[in-house]
Each structure stands twice: as C-alpha cells, then as structure tokens.
Design a protein around this ligand. Structure first.
Ligand SMILES: *Cc1c(COP(=O)(O)O)cnc(C)c1O
Length: 369
C-alpha cells in the first residue's frame, strides 16, 4: 500500500528524546518546550510562541483570548476542517461562511466584504492544502472595518505570502503538528502573536488560569492544554529540517504536475500565484464537471491498485451537526460543494519515493484517460 502520508523522523528526534528520558524531564516544565516555542516564533517572525496540545485547541484558545463570544460574528470559509467553525460555535458566536475559489481552493476573498456587518469581530483565514490565502485584501478589509485576523496556518509551515511567513499575518495565528503536517510532534499545536497581553491570556488559558498570588485559587476558567517536553524534543528536531521538508514537498508537487498535466478530466493544484508558490501540503485533484468519471469509482480503483487516497473536506454548511443546531439552513456555496464532491488527494507524504510517485501517476493516467 502506498500511504497518503508518513512523517520523516530521521533527524535529531531520537537524540533529543533520549535527553528527555535521561534527564527525567518529560512534562511541560522541561527545557525543550521553551526552546521549541522560541525557535518556532522566530522562524515565523513573531514575538511569542505558545505550544499547546493540538491545532484545534490552538484555535479555541486564540478566539477565546481575543474575547470572541456571544453576539459576535466571525467570517470563515465553508471549505475547511471543522476546527475553526467548531471553536466559533462553542464560544457562542456565529460563523459566517464564505465560498471557495476554484483557482486557489481557498476562500474567495472577493466575497468577504459583503458579509461584514456591525457584529463582525474577526476573520479566520484558513490556508488550504498548500497555497496561501492572498493576505493583502484581507489585511485591508480588517483595517477598514476594525476586524481581528486569526490565521489558521496548520497546513502552512514554511509557506510565505508576499514574501512573509504564513502565521505572521494574524493578530493571532495557529499551527498544528499532527503527523500529516510538514512538521509533527505526534499531536500538538502552536499559537503565535506579537501582543504581550494577548500572549499572557493564552498562557493563562492553556494552564487552567493558575495565578501567581496563590496557586489553586482561580479568578478565571481555563483548560489544561499544555505541551510536553517529549513533544517539544521531536518538534525541535523537525523544525531544524523544515526547509528541507518544504523543498521535498515542492519537488513532489512539481513531479505530479508534470506527470499529470495532460489529464483533461481533472483540475490540478495551482503551482504559483503572484503572492506565493504552492508548498503542496497535500496533492489534490478535482474531477471536472461533465467528465464521465465518478470520484468514488476512481478512489476505489486506486485502492485496488494499493494506492491510498483521502476525500476533500466536507463543507461546513452541509454538516449534519450544524444543521441540527439550526445553523446554515438553506445556505448554498456551490464551489465548495463541487470541490467536496469531486476532490480527493493522493499520496503526498515526506517519505514518498520517486518510484512511488511514478506508480501513482501511471495509475491515474490509466484510470482517467
Ligand atoms: C490539521 C488542521 C487543524 C487541526 O489540527 P489538529 O492538530 O489535528 O487538531 C486545523 N486547521 C487546519 C487547516 C488543519 O489542516
């Protein structure tokens, strides 16, 4: 079986982990945590880096630290993982959805302004699959309407927009270190920002809102979202190789684009725009309208050949859980619906060999020609 993803743990991971065990530092108080946070924040060009248990909780805490709550509206793409929308709903705020753009697969930035009301507090930018969202128009909108920007950069380690690191644009930005991301810590996430007060809020929220005056006496409610020294050991080693990983992913993307360029029946990822070059977090394909092929059938034929795939995200406005809550009733976002129905991604992990990419490409050509 050729897997959709496998991490590369062949650097200093084992050495740093051994150091944790030998020194007995395995908790969140261990020295690797601060080092990893500092190195990560520096890499993204931010003042503060705060590691947490995963990328979903990172978004929860980011929104809570910004004070998002009941009565607020937050703009977010409908084509995304559920995490950002779940965070909004759990805080009692209202998610306001934006359809996708078929060129970039990101939210269509031209549709944002029409959705801004007097209740809008923030825009969550989710960079999808490898191409960054064009941040320029979003920064302008945020400034014009006094909105906060939250950047979900879970899929964007090492990516840039207008020559600046993804994760450097949000008032607060978040990352995930799940094993399918460019760098992993097994489970894990990071929140970055520049504002000292905001950073302090996040630090308090992730650590049960303990206070300095008297431990175990609380003035606010927080959660335990602390990150361990073991995770930070792996993260530090992974971060050392981020440039190499990004280069490898770009090579993979270029290989697939060349191999599949003659396929008339699919939309391939856009490799470059005037604000960024794709880093191909995953390599997706979308079957075009009017082709005789069915996604389910193509995916099954690939599986029969030992090739692992994953479907695209499922749009937020069609989620049973939100429908049940009375959200997004009768809302339609045709581009996101089309992408979700016809999109899937093929093996695109860091350990993929050229031989495997050849096997995958040839299988696709055979099935789709
Ligand atoms: C992976 C991912 C997350 C969630 O991160 P976890 O660490 O799995 O909780 C959030 N947003 C996006 C865009 C992601 O790709």
């Amino acid at each position: 079986m050729i897997l959709v993803n496998e991490p590369d743990l062949g650097g200093n991971e084992l050495k740093y982990l051994q150091e944790c065990i030998e020194t007995n530092w395995i908790s969140s108080e261990g020295p690797f945590v601060k080092r990893f946070e500092a190195n990560f924040a520096q890499r993204v060009g931010r003042q503060h880096g705060m590691a947490v248990v995963n990328g979903s909780v990172a978004i929860d805490l980011a929104l809570e630290a910004l004070g998002i709550g009941e009565g607020d509206e937050v703009i977010v793409p409908t084509f995304t993982i559920i995490s950002p929308v779940a965070s909004i709903v759990k805080l009692g705020a209202k998610p306001v959805l934006i359809d996708s753009d078929l060129g970039s697969w990101n939210m269509d930035v031209n549709q944002i302004e029409a959705k801004i009301t007097s209740k809008t507090k923030a825009i969550i930018v989710v960079h999808i699959y490898g191409l960054a969202v064009n941040m320029k128009p979003i920064l302008e909108l945020a400034k014009k309407h006094g909105l906060k920007i939250v950047e979900d950069a879970a899929e964007m380690h090492g990516q840039e927009c207008h020559g600046k690191a993804c994760g450097s644009f949000g008032d607060i930005s978040t990352f995930s270190f799940y094993p399918n991301k460019h760098i992993t810590t097994g489970e894990g996430g990071m929140i970055v920002c520049d504002d000292d007060e905001l950073a302090q809020k996040v630090q308090s929220l992730r650590n049960l809102c303990f206070n300095r005056e008297r431990r175990f006496k609380h003035y606010e409610l927080g959660t335990n979202a602390r990150f361990t020294n073991l995770q930070a050991a792996v993260g530090l080693a992974q971060l050392e190789r981020l440039d190499e990983f990004v280069e490898r992913k770009r090579k993979m993307g270029t290989y697939y684009l060349n191999a599949l360029q003659d396929l008339q029946s699919v939309h391939l990822p856009t490799s470059t725009t005037d604000y960024c070059d794709n880093i191909f977090w995953v390599f997706g394909l979308i079957l075009k309208k009017g082709t005789s092929f069915q996604t389910e059938d193509v995916v099954k034929q690939l599986a029969d050949k030992g090739i692992n795939t994953r479907p695209f995200f499922y749009p937020m406005h069609q989620q049973p859980v939100f429908q049940k809550m009375g959200l997004f009733i009768n809302e339609q976002y045709p581009v996101a619906e089309f992408m979700a129905e016809n999109g899937f991604y093929i093996p695109s992990g860091l350990n993929l060999t050229e031989e495997q990419m050849k096997t995958v490409s040839e299988a696709l050509l055979e099935i789709l020609e």
